[in-house]
Design a protein around this ligand. Structure first.
Ligand code: A2H
Length: 252
């Protein structure tokens, strides 16, 4: 756990299609556009999104951002956003609806900057209700947790109550590192013999290694900053997303 405040990038993933189980969002949104908001520490990897994760047992709310937009995230995150001025002014919180993460599974959303323009919402066991927004965008090329979870979902689609087609997008090379090549997370999962998202200890080690190698030695393979070191591209990609209205700064 970091000592100072974590500076996240809150990614606005606009809902394109809701399953029956999540129609309450549309009914309560008052005509506003609906976004799942995902907190990430690696904005430069967003080109490689293949899906998005929620915790099935976590409670999510639909919160007013302004007259034309509403955000799906935990109540805790909405309160932090309100105090940081990301949603309604004067730290006001207006909740329009509440639902379990399970109801969101199968929602189709836009993936800002993603080479796959749209992705599906899928379940992840290790999503913490007490961190970020409770929504995690998935980049299996560079996040060992995301890769291990995606492989679990593919192996046991029925067990996880998902349509196999929702987990069909493959990891996309986004960053090249000298040690792990173009697909850092799959390489590390193989090396550390990670079998599933339940291998918490090995995943913590893989996450650390992937983060350090990517940040200090990684080079962008795609996007506007192709060829640049991750250390330089990271902030630039973040600014581009914020300037485009696709993300905002979120700290906790
Ligand atoms: B990261 P830290 Cl490519 N529960 O984004 C579990 N994990 C969560 C979460 C929650 N409630 N909220 C955010 N996260 C994930 C991208 C990424 C991330 C890559 C590589 C590593 C990585 C794509 N997923 O994180 O404990 C989010 O996943 C490892 C550093 O606050 C977020 O960034 O340090 C990261 O964990 C924040 O974790």
């Amino acid at each position: 756990e970091a000592l100072g405040p974590q500076e996240y990038t809150a990614l606005k993933m606009e809902v394109v299609h809701l399953p029956e189980s999540a129609k309450v969002l549309q009914e309560k949104a008052g005509g506003r556009k609906i976004f799942l908001v995902a907190a990430t520490l690696r904005p430069e990897t967003m080109y490689g999104q293949t899906n998005c994760f929620v915790g099935t047992a976590i409670k999510y709310g639909l919160f007013v951002a302004n007259d034309s937009e509403a955000y799906v995230c935990t109540y805790r995150a909405a309160r932090n956003m309100a105090f940081q001025g990301c949603t309604l002014p004067r730290a006001e919180i207006t909740q329009l609806a509440e639902l379990d993460g399970a109801a969101l599974i199968g929602t189709r959303i836009k993936a800002p900057f993603g080479l796959n323009p749209e992705v599906f919402v899928l379940p992840m066991e290790n999503v913490l209700a007490t961190k970020g927004t409770g929504v995690v965008t998935s980049v299996p090329s560079d996040s060992p947790d995301d890769y291990a979870t995606l492989m679990d979902l593919r192996k046991k689609a029925e067990f996880y109550h998902i349509d196999p087609s929702w987990a069909a997008l493959d990891p996309i090379p986004v960053i090249r590192t000298p040690t792990y090549g173009d697909l850092t997370a799959p390489a590390l999962c193989k090396q550390l013999k990670i079998q599933s998202q339940k291998d918490i200890k090995q995943l913590a080690e893989a996450k650390e290694l992937a983060y350090k190698e990517g940040f200090y030695s990684g080079t962008m393979l795609v996007g506007e900053f192709e060829g640049e070191p991750v250390q330089e591209a990271k902030q630039k990609v973040r600014e581009r997303m914020i300037d485009a209205g696709l993300a905002f700064a979120y700290a906790e």
